[in-house]
Design a protein around this ligand. Structure first.
Ligand code: 7RM
Length: 655
């Protein structure tokens, strides 16, 4: 990847050291752990596994690496549910709140660790009664209710792998995921609340279950209490009948460190969804490690809030397994940021005195678009640390978050990782790393990564190319369910001996990592590679812009031309003069080569259900092609709307 745009990000000169206050109280105040880990990564991870978790049987071998297949902590035995719940109760912390659950307006529940132990044990007994055994797979299709983590932990208690399917997916997606993993039981609900409306989960599940031969039983939680929920005799059981009747004791099954903990499907842009497999010991070690040190967790005083849905990996690792393994008190929120009003997040922060907020750039850019009046109306002084995950965070959004939400005194940790990596891989350590807005900074202790060129040769610092991971890590995926060849092809064949993440990245002259987006999205303009992230960040650095997506469109002169879709901050008008100004702004910040040939103002951008911009569809719009597969879109009407506007606006064709 040639890099005309390299200078652009290197111009980001702002640096943010942790405040003295924060650094003084931090778990890690210097970089020693990097050296310890670099000296002997296996010994480092073994120390973490021993310190952070309880094992019923010690491991005899830390790592067995038969590229591309890794096994960690061989011979070790443990149970994830025991580590997340029982041991905290046994240590006298039963009365500590595990989950501060905030439901749709008016609804709230607090669940202590002691209560959680009861709930998980009863649910596990119910699953047993439904025939679930160690080694089985259980599908979970629920909204963000406490019973979702309870069900996950109940599966883990029995040694059955869960496959959580996001509650916003269609019956076809649910059916395909159930069939791929041959799940035996489905756990769902009568419905889920979504902005005052009911998503009829059971109806959708019923449609799926007409074509899921492996499903024997279905457990149904009553959440919305609509009138007519069809229950099939002998197959369907109400949670409140079956689970509530069980004994609150259920011995946790000792699991091999390498036993499957869960499968989680990633859709990707092409091909059928991949069932990413995570196992017990390594996964739990790394989620506990990263949750503790990246979020500087103090279990006695912190209130941690990860705003993701449990249907995504972020929810698995930083709502369920990481925080509970570390005995954190977490907020779990059922709804969306804009319902019933745009102050919802900030009233929750104020209500629960949240100390640590972990959210996504898509949310931060939305808050930027709305303006600061909503956050200003609340006391956010409990916050001491902010996190970001899911996409590159534009420097302007980073600074906005730091200033308006963090009040200028909370470190921001921009955390890069994937469903496949299981846990955070590249991120600041908040008490010691000097942050730069837009940079995920450095690989964490124990993580090996590099940036390589097309031939797989490491690119010297400073420079850009493909992000690779160079050594196995404990929470790495163990494969794709049922498809070892696809595992090898997708991740381990592009660069020999190294894991290819699919992302472009750069290092600046101080070795900071800057993630540049998926390599499929990189544009080639007049022989120069231009990253979508950089042009988008340049656009977002203009005071009128809240969010931007850029794609390459075929161009007779330059091969590809930059085509931008822009969302304005409220109070700005979409004028021709602004188009000119924005094009000049990009030219000024990056260079004339990156100047968007066309700019279209939009109300919204097409996003996946987890909030990532889907540039592939915008590319179709820009190329005037028929729209491709839109099934993974959160709201398919958005892209239709953009397409209609695009066609009615004549593209600006001067250079
Ligand atoms: C956790 C999660 C993974 C992809 C990944 C990147 C992008 C995630 C960041 C990021 C830049 C970040 N898992 N990504 N975090 N890009 N900076 N901090 O999102 O499997 O759903 O997605 O998300 O492209 O490869 S995921």
């Amino acid at each position: 990847m040639a890099d005309v745009t390299l200078e652009a990000l290197l111009q980001e000169g702002r640096t943010f050291p942790p405040s003295e206050d924060f650094a003084r109280g931090a778990l890690l105040r210097d970089g020693r752990l990097y050296d310890v880990a670099a000296g002997d990564p296996e010994a480092f991870w073994a120390t973490q596994a021993g310190e952070l978790l309880d094992w019923s049987e010690p491991w005899h071998t830390v790592l067995e690496w038969e590229l591309p297949f890794a096994k960690w902590f061989l011979g070790g035995r443990l149970n994830a549910s025991y580590n997340c719940v029982d041991r905290h109760v046994a240590a006298g912390h039963g009365a500590q709140v595990a989950l501060l659950w905030e439901g749709e307006p008016g609804d709230a529940r607090q669940i202590t660790y002691a209560q959680l132990l009861d709930d998980v044990s009863r649910c596990a007994n119910a699953l047993k009664a439904l025939g679930v055994r160690k080694g089985d797979r259980v599908a979970i299709y629920l909204g963000m209710v406490p019973e979702l983590p309870v069900a996950m932990l109940a599966c883990a208690r029995l040694g059955a792998a869960h496959s959580v399917v996001f509650g916003g997916f269609t019956s076809d997606s649910l059916r395909d995921r159930i069939n791929d993993a041959e799940c035996k039981v489905l756990i769902t609900g009568d419905g889920a609340w979504r902005r005052g409306n009911i998503v009829p989960l059971k109806e959708i599940a019923d449609a799926a279950m007409t074509e899921t031969p492996s499903i024997e039983r279905c457990l149904v939680l009553r959440r919305t209490a609509q009138a007519d929920v069809a229950m099939q005799d002998g197959r369907d059981f109400w949670w409140h009948d079956l689970v509530d009747a069980q004994a609150p004791e259920c011995p946790p099954e000792p699991m091999d460190a390498e036993d499957l903990l869960f499968i989680l499907y990633t859709s990707g842009t092409t091909g059928k969804p991949k069932g990413i497999m995570h196992t017990t010991g390594g996964y739990l070690t790394q989620v506990a490690f990263t949750h503790k040190y990246v979020f500087d967790l103090k279990p006695e005083t912190d209130v941690f809030w990860c705003t993701a849905d449990c249907g995504w990996v972020t929810g698995h690792s930083y709502i369920v397994y990481g925080p509970l393994a570390n005995r954190a008190t977490s907020v779990m929120y059922e709804g969306t940021p804009d319902y019933p009003d745009k102050e919802r997040f900030w009233s929750i922060v104020e209500k629960y005195k949240v100390t640590t907020l972990y959210t996504a750039p898509t949310a931060i850019r939305t808050f930027m678009k709305w303006g600061t009046q909503y956050s200003d109306a609340h006391d956010l002084s409990s916050l001491r640390l902010l996190g970001s995950v899911g996409e590159p965070i534009n420097p302007e959004a980073w600074v906005w978050y730091w200033k308006n939400i963090g009040g200028g005194n909370c470190p921001v940790v921009d955390t890069w990782w994937q469903t496949e990596t299981g846990a955070i891989m590249i991120s600041p350590l908040p008490g010691t790393t000097v942050a730069k807005p837009g940079s995920a900074t450095f690989p964490l202790p124990g993580i090996g990564s590099d940036i390589v060129n097309d031939e797989g040769v490491p690119v010297p610092i400073p420079g850009g190319g493909y992000l690779v991971l160079t050594q196995p890590w404990p929470s790495m995926l163990r494969g794709i369910w049922g498809d070892p060849d696809r595992y090898r092809d997708t991740y381990w064949s592009r660069f020999e001996g190294r894991y290819f993440a699919g992302d472009g990245a750069k290092r600046d002259d101080e070795g900071y990592f800057w993630l540049l987006g998926r390599v499929d999205d990189i544009m080639l303009v007049a022989g120069h590679n231009i990253s979508t992230t950089e042009v988008e960040s340049a656009l977002v650095s203009h005071p009128a812009v809240a969010e931007a997506a850029v794609v390459g469109r075929t161009d007779a002169m330059t091969g590809q031309a930059v085509s931008a879709f822009v969302i304005l901050r409220s109070g700005n008008e979409p004028t021709d003069a602004l188009v000119t100004e924005l094009r000049d702004h990009v030219a000024h910040h990056i260079g004339p080569i990156a100047k968007p040939k066309t700019i279209l103002f939009a109300e919204d951008l097409p996003k996946t259900r987890s909030g990532k911009i889907m540039r592939r569809l915008l590319r179709n719009v820009a190329e005037d092609e028929t729209l491709g597969d839109t099934t993974t879109l959160a709201d398919p009407s958005v892209v239709e709307g953009i397409k209609a506007r695009y066609l009615s606006t004549s593209p600006d064709d001067e250079g």
